[in-house]
Design a protein around this ligand. Structure first.
Ligand code: SAH
Ligand code: SF4
Ligand code: F3S
Length: 478
């Protein structure tokens, strides 16, 4: 392996991390003297990156003597880890915070915190400061590692606001409380340098910074030892992994190293920016058995004009050429994308281009969003070409077009036998289990006739025969 020189300046110093450990000890001493074990409720909005951050928050909370609970009613501490990507995510957080006001009146000792991407925006932090006085802790994405100190100060009846923008810091060696096996999320980099004109992420997450390969691989080895079978490598743009390191492994090289780890059977990653996806990555995906044949490649729009206004830095033709390359190397690959409907400069013709690109690309599934104006982004100032009503009509039409494609794609799986990593009992039917194919498709399947117990199957890869296709998932039999 190449020598991966550390960029020491970006790592939070050992002294600072020690200071936080001291706060963990302090809070846990206080909690140990309480009559009952205090309970914490953490709710996460937004992307996998936020979920991964919440796993660290939960890890720190457990270290500080809390147990986790699943509702605000029985919680001594409530924390919302927020997302700023669209307005509706922000409104939900304000709604939930409002509802907690009465609860706190009845239970004045309760601590309430909000953290994550929303808090990295000044106007939001200001609103909470002036209008949500029952909130005790406000901290941004860059302050995550200081949570023990923030909590300790809040326990001493201070209102804590920690929203400095220290873009560029990385910290290691924080406890992580993951969901049970088989799936583990491992961040490989933070932040984004792309500045798509609609997007708030670069402002709330700071510039791209990569973890050292050794730290990533050590974490992957640890999750393998703990019984996890599938690793999802996370970053806003995983293809630019290590561009900020002086001598790091390239993303495809990192992938190969992760595949060498015993016990890990599947490797996925999110998200790839189309402009940065390399031939080496495509080749590595095709060659490495453990890399799932699945790619999420957000196109956002099918119109060159809109793509340019979005600052995506590829054309429709360039994108489709990459997609063709991927399919040549892996004919069975499952492809998904993100689409934004109603970007300000999008006309009806541009929207029709998006419809036509969906028909051409034939994605297995799309994640689609109506454009949401974000304060401080370049697109904020652009006037709208279409009315809200037209945007919603277009959105519905697009879903109709895509649902037909998704259903047709899923129909092709009927009769096939797929390797399914079993994740758990289905939420809707306790007599079926749920899992994913290598391509990432959800399969709900019956297993009772096999004579095996759910516990024996969860966390293993099983052969499942697909018997029926739905738009969003498959039904099968073990
Ligand atoms: N880094 C990833 C994910 C970014 S956020 C990427 O580039 O693909 C996930 C998705 O949210 C984006 O792909 C985009 O489709 C959508 N999105 C981002 N900003 C948005 C906005 N202002 N309005 C609507 N959708 C948005
Ligand atoms: Fe946002 Fe673009 Fe960065 Fe994705 S690549 S996080 S859409 S700025
Ligand atoms: Fe949302 Fe922040 Fe992720 S804005 S999409 S939680 S990086």
């Amino acid at each position: 392996m190449k020598n991966n020189i550390k960029s020491e300046n970006k790592h939070i110093s050992l002294e600072e991390m020690q200071k936080q450990s001291d706060f963990i000890a302090k809070v846990s001493t206080v909690n140990a003297q309480k009559e009952a074990v205090p309970r914490a409720f953490v709710e996460t909005y937004g992307c996998q990156q936020n979920e991964s951050d919440s796993e660290k928050i939960k890890g720190m909370l457990l270290d500080m003597g809390y147990e986790m609970c699943s509702d605000t009613g029985s919680a001594d501490l409530v924390l919302y880890n927020t997302c700023a990507v669209r307005e509706n995510a922000e409104l939900r957080v304000f709604g939930n915070l409002g509802a907690l006001k009465h609860q706190k009146r009845r239970k004045p000792d309760m601590l309430i915190g909000v953290c994550g991407c929303m808090m990295q925006q000044e106007h939001i932090a200001d609103t909470i400061k002036s209008k949500y006085k029952h909130v005790d802790m406000v901290f941004g994405t860059h302050a995550l590692y200081r949570f023990p100190q923030i909590l300790s100060e809040a326990m001493e009846n201070q209102r804590v606001f920690d929203i400095e923008d220290e873009s560029g810091s990385i910290f290691e060696n924080i406890s992580v409380q993951r969901d049970k096996p088989p799936l583990a999320k491992v961040p490989i980099m933070y932040g984004c340098n792309n500045f798509c004109t609609y997007c708030i992420v670069p402002y709330v997450r700071g510039r791209e910074r990569s973890r050292n390969a050794e730290d990533i691989l050590n974490e992957c080895r640890a999750v393998a030892d703990a019984g996890y079978k599938e690793i999802m490598l996370l970053g806003q743009n995983v293809n630019s992994y290590s561009n900020d390191l002086s001598d790091g492994l390239k993303f495809h090289e990192l992938l190969r190293e992760v595949c060498r780890i015993d016990g890990i059977e599947r490797v996925r990653f999110m998200t790839s920016h189309p402009k940065d996806i390399s031939d080496e990555l495509i080749q590595t995906m095709a060659e490495e058995k453990k890399i799932c044949k699945q790619l999420h490649l957000p196109i956002q729009s099918g119109s060159d004009k809109v793509l340019s206004d979005m600052n995506r830095r590829y054309t429709r033709a360039q994108y489709l050429e990459k997609l063709a390359k991927v399919r040549r190397a892996m004919p069975d690959i499952v492809l998904t994308t993100d689409i934004i409907v109603g970007f300000p400069t999008e006309t009806q013709n541009d929207f029709n281009e998006t419809l036509s690109v969906l028909k051409e690309a034939e994605y297995d599934m799309i994640f689609s969003f109506i454009y949401s104006k974000r304060r401080g982004t370049p697109a904020e100032k652009l006037p709208d070409s279409l009315t809200d009503e037209q945007k919603h009509k277009n959105f519905d039409e697009m879903l109709k077009v895509q649902n037909e494609i998704s259903k047709r794609k899923n129909d092709a799986y009927v009769g096939r036998t797929e390797d399914v990593l079993v994740e758990g009992v289905s939420k809707t039917n306790s007599e079926t289990l749920t899992g994913r194919t290598e391509g990432g498709k959800v399969v709900n399947f019956s297993y009772l006739s096999s004579g095996l117990q759910a516990d024996e199957l969860i966390g293993t890869i099983q052969k499942v025969k697909v018997v029926q296709a739905q738009t969003w998932s498959l039904l099968g039999e073990l």
